[in-house]
Design a protein around this ligand. Structure first.
Ligand code: SF4
Length: 157
């Protein structure tokens, strides 16, 4: 898996202070997408073992407490990203006690494949659906268009 940007400290993408990873790879081609440079799965930089360790380390940093991890893109549930994202969310669950995981995807919750559902099993909040330009609303929080839904999958909110 490749990624475009990693913000070890972020207060925009999700609630509270977080670490945020924007991955490469998206097949949805939403009209009006402001992240088209992420569509190519081979763009950006390799998310290697050192990067994974860095994310875990940042989430466990007691000097700057992060509430959790945000995964966006691109699409973290792009088929080519699933193996690495599954490893990442499992590691966060096992090694970063109390941290929440938010994930943004262009797929809808009700159309996820078994492999995508396996990832979601370790996610607290899923923001789903393509960006629909005709339904775009800048007043929405944590989503770009009103068709997208914030699903709270656990009691963390
Ligand atoms: S899902 Fe997101 S990154 Fe992918 S095309 Fe749509 S708006 Fe762009």
């Amino acid at each position: 898996m490749n990624y475009h940007q990693y913000f070890p400290i972020d207060v925009v993408n999700g609630p509270g202070t977080r670490a945020t990873l924007f991955v490469s790879g998206c097949e949805h081609q939403c009209r009006g997408c402001y992240n088209q440079s992420t569509w190519n799965p081979d763009s950006g930089h390799l998310f290697d073992e050192a990067m994974l360790e860095q994310v875990i380390k940042d989430l466990n940093d007691t000097r700057i407490v992060r509430r959790g991890l945000s995964l966006s893109g691109g699409d973290p549930l792009h088929p080519g990203n699933l193996d690495v994202i599954l490893t990442l969310v499992k590691r966060v669950r096992q090694e970063c006690r109390g941290k929440d995981i938010w994930l943004w995807t262009g797929y809808r919750l009700d159309e996820l494949s078994p492999a995508q559902q396996a990832v979601i099993a370790h996610v607290d909040v899923l923001v789903d659906g393509k960006f629909e330009q005709s339904l775009a609303d800048p007043s929405l929080v944590f989503r770009g268009s009103s068709n997208q839904v914030i699903h709270y999958l656990t009691d963390k909110r």
